[in-house]
Design a protein around this ligand. Structure first.
Ligand code: GLV
Length: 324
């Protein structure tokens, strides 16, 4: 019998990363990418020392109680709102995430979604594919400008800063931001970003991009009251987490044209999508793919694996989210 630590890999990941894990651990993986129920996950964790998770496994007190040997959960995501960090710390379980390796790729996507939304790219493509394009018209799919407009960023961590730099330096946008804490002056200068209150941001931005982490306090950061503050010509982009936006309120605001358009990569209750969002035309919808380039997803899987290897090698985790 091997005395290597036993690791569970909860979802399908790159075969090369699993091969690397096998050099250090006794690995049970999930190449068929079965979606285990919490009970099925708990059953597989009963004899495991470590877990490589993705954002779709909830790590809470009930699961931890069923996993008495578990010492570390390495999330293949920068966000870790699937962790009950308090319960993990109380159970002496280390949590890790994958920051930095996805920053630029995710900022690229945030900008792409903003452009697609403001310039009505998917709505116009659907029109063309449906064979409705019979002649040019002066106002056909006329959207709003990106260059020279005001970009409002809520959540000015590493990804928010990446979006700010793209907007300010690449597109001559005026950048305003709101964050739990104000950036150091040197970082504000680098991002050419000005700190404002949330209300001022919502009132003055032409484009609002959400990049804040999900916490209970951040639940419905954007609801009907906030949407009512926005300009009727404004766009809203959410690449943060489902639950940051009240999707029902947003669907109504889009339907009533209280704002011009939205771009959403994340949803409340995903992979389910609030049904009205599927029927309003002025929204661009993508299935939580902001970090999805091959090199970045590979780097995320590798960092999650490196966290497990460093932890069991006695060197401590590389990117911990709690202190045990
Ligand atoms: C993706 O949403 C992540 O948190 O990495």
């Amino acid at each position: 019998m091997s005395n290597k630590p036993k690791i569970l890999v909860a979802r399908a990941i790159f075969a090369e990363t699993v091969d690397r894990l096998r050099q250090h651990f006794d690995v049970q993986d999930n190449p068929g990418d079965a979606l285990w129920t919490p009970a099925e996950l708990a059953q597989r964790l009963a004899d495991k020392d470590g877990l490589l998770s993705t954002g779709s496994q909830r790590i809470d007190a009930a699961l931890l109680a069923a996993a008495p040997r578990l010492k570390i959960v390495a999330n293949m995501a920068v966000g870790y709102n699937n962790f009950d960090v308090q319960a993990m710390t109380a159970a002496g379980v280390q949590g890790t995430n994958t920051p930095d390796v996805l920053t630029e790729t995710t900022a690229d996507f945030g900008f792409a979604l903003l452009m697609a939304t403001a310039r009505r790219m998917t709505e116009s493509e659907h029109y063309l594919r449906a064979g409705k394009w019979t002649q040019w018209r002066y106002d056909m799919f006329a959207g709003s400008d990106i260059h020279g407009s005001t970009l409002g960023i809520i959540g000015m961590g590493r990804i928010g800063q990446g979006i700010a730099k793209r907007g300010a330096h690449g597109f001559g946008m005026k950048v305003i931001y709101h964050n739990r804490s104000r950036l150091a002056p040197a970082l504000e200068a680098e991002c050419k970003a000005t700190y404002v209150s949330k209300d001022e941001l919502l009132r003055t931005a032409d484009h609002v991009v959400l990049v804040l982490p999900y916490t209970p306090e951040a639940h419905h950061t954007i609801g009907s009251a906030e949407l009512a503050l926005m300009k009727p010509t404004a766009t809203l982009v959410n690449i943060a987490r489902g639950g940051i936006v009240d999707d029902a309120a947003l669907a109504l605001a889009l339907k009533d044209r209280r704002i011009a358009a939205a771009g959403l990569d994340v949803f409340e209750g995903e992979p389910n999508v609030y049904p009205d969002l599927l029927t309003v035309p002025n929204v661009v919808l993508t299935p939580h793919i902001a970090s999805a380039t091959v090199p970045t997803r590979r780097a995320m899987a590798d960092l999650a694996a490196d966290n497990l290897i460093a932890f069991f090698g006695g060197r401590g985790p590389l990117t911990p989210v709690n202190k045990i």
